[in-house]
Design a protein around this ligand. Structure first.
Ligand code: ZN
Length: 275
């Protein structure tokens, strides 16, 4: 038993090395696939590698191992930063969920947003929402374009508030669970100019009579902004002082509906309050 156990441990250790660097080129393997992708998240894996969650335009959301990425920083550079827009080559493996990432090239840099604390907090929320709502291995072209547009606007404007509101609203809309914004989901009363109320445990918007303690208001201005979001491109909407509050209310409502839909609390959301 003891003799058997030793080689097994060794095999585990060398297994990772077989996939990295020159050794992998000697090994006959499945052909590499290529996709345009957005990096969602990375984690350290052992001393040398990184586990990478990415959303491929032609592959859907996947997870893979970038062998040696912690050591070979130059080889990957900023390609593995959160929400980097990259071209990525990977090889699928028959027996494991994780693909092997062979190569990654930066298509578009979001350096300003990634290196600023407040902006990177906004990016972290976008990334966590994408992780939660995107099913694995399913392409979602509209979500891909929404993600790119959102990150580009955070980078271009140097503010996360409006892009994140737009992103959260459209995520709910594309997901097909946007509630009616003009009437109470419980009693059907039209809100008119009055506020509707939302919470992470409630799928709809409720009127003043039906609301329960702890629900937050979405006023008429926030609902009007939702209509603008539905019909106008984000880069055509100016983040004027007048839409700051409606944008915040709509963002909170949409993040609540995302949490309600996924039945998961967004961990990065509370960081927004500190920026
Ligand atoms: Zn009601």
């Amino acid at each position: 038993m003891i003799i058997n156990a030793v080689p097994r441990v060794r095999a585990n250790r060398t297994w990772r090395c077989r996939w990295s660097g020159a050794a992998s080129s000697r090994r006959p393997s499945m052909p590499a696939r290529e996709t345009e992708a957005i990096i969602l998240k990375t984690f350290s894996l052992g001393e040398a590698d990184r586990l990478v969650s990415f959303f491929g335009r032609s592959s859907g959301r996947m997870r893979g191992v970038a062998a040696g990425a912690r050591r070979l920083k130059n080889r990957y550079g900023s390609t593995l930063e959160v929400l980097s827009h990259v071209q990525l080559w990977y090889v699928e493996r028959e027996t494991r969920d994780l693909v092997r990432i062979q190569q990654c090239e930066l298509l578009e840099s979001f350096h300003k947003a990634q290196s600023d604390y407040a902006l990177s907090t906004g990016l972290a929320v976008v990334s966590e929402v994408a992780e939660q709502v995107l099913p694995e291995h399913e392409t979602a072209e509209a979500m891909f374009r929404l993600l790119l547009l959102t990150v580009r606007e955070i980078e271009r404007t140097g503010a996360w508030q409006l892009p994140l509101s737009y992103f959260a609203f459209w995520t709910v809309r594309l997901g097909g669970y946007l509630p009616q914004l003009d009437r109470c989901a419980q009693c059907g009363t039209s809100f008119g100019e009055r506020a509707g109320f939302h919470a992470p445990w409630e799928a709809g918007l409720l009127c003043e009579k039906c609301k329960r303690p702890g629900m937050r208001p979405l006023h008429l201005e926030g609902r009007a902004l939702a209509e603008r979001f539905a019909g106008e491109r984000l880069d055509k909407i100016e983040f004027a002082a007048a839409i700051e509050k409606p944008a915040a209310e709509l963002r909170e409502a949409a993040l609540n509906w995302i949490e309600q839909h996924t039945e998961k609390q967004l961990q990065t959301r509370k960081l927004l309050e500190t920026t």
